[in-house]
Design a protein around this ligand. Structure first.
Ligand code: 3PG
Length: 226
């Protein structure tokens, strides 16, 4: 820990009280959504929730993202909507103001971590190297996103981390699909997986929400089968 750390870290990565303290405990599969048109947000979220995937990460990668988060927070009360691709401290307040109930970043800096910590909602900072994991553990954060999972070493890399750093828990995302998700979910240090495989671009563009719901159901079944 550096002397600039404002306060001792909370015991887990995120919020307090009886609400889930960690993004990792929200759901075993977290869909990662890139919303091009905010008008798609509610039917898309409805399809995911009806398919059994209630925790939804809307990435801050498009101009429609904050409106999409707002629309889901207002219009799909049984969804747990969060913001992903949180890469700058100022994203945190904007996302929470829009209704984000959790925050996910692909990587972290001390300033971004401080902002996420102060947000009051569960957060998941991203790592792809051992040193980044160690630096988060040093700051009292045990729960992390492993990104980009497939490109950064996949299940073999995560398996290798479990020996020296058993206290770290991960949500791998990036390049994971329906065929590979089970091998991640089988690892002792993996609590959930994230991905966009249940949201094929063509289906979303066509508004094929029944198809999205079917893919969500298939993804949710992977988790119950583990
Ligand atoms: C993410 O931001 O977590 C990833 O882009 C999701 O990865 P995928 O689109 O390869 O599933």
């Amino acid at each position: 820990m550096t002397s600039s750390q404002p306060a001792p870290p909370p015991p887990a990565s995120g919020a307090r009280g009886s609400a889930p303290t960690s993004v990792l405990d929200l759901a075993p599969v977290i869909p990662v959504v890139v919303v091009q048109d905010a008008a798609d947000a509610v039917p898309l979220a409805r399809a995911l929730v009806d398919g059994g995937l209630p925790a939804i990460e809307v990435t801050l990668r498009t101009p429609a993202a904050l409106d999409a988060i707002r629309a889901v927070a207002d219009g799909v009360p049984d969804a747990i909507v969060g913001a992903g691709t949180v890469t700058r401290p100022e994203h945190v307040a904007a996302a929470v103001a829009a209704g984000a109930q959790f925050l996910v970043s692909p990587g972290w800096t001390p300033a971004l971590l401080d902002a996420m910590r102060e947000s009051g909602v569960p957060f998941l900072p991203g790592v792809s190297t051992t040193s980044e994991v160690v630096a988060l553990l040093e700051r009292g954060v045990t729960d992390m996103k492993f990104f980009p999972a497939e490109a950064a070493g996949g299940t073999a890399y995560l398996k290798s981390l479990a020996g020296p750093l058993p206290q770290a828990r991960f949500c791998p995302t990036g390049g994971i699909g329906v065929a590979t998700a089970p091998s991640y979910l089988a690892l002792p240090n993996v609590a959930c997986v994230g991905g966009s495989w249940m949201l094929p671009e063509a289906e979303v563009r066509a508004g094929a929400w029944d198809r999205v719901e079917a893919l969500a159901r298939e993804a949710a079944a992977l988790a119950t089968a583990r």
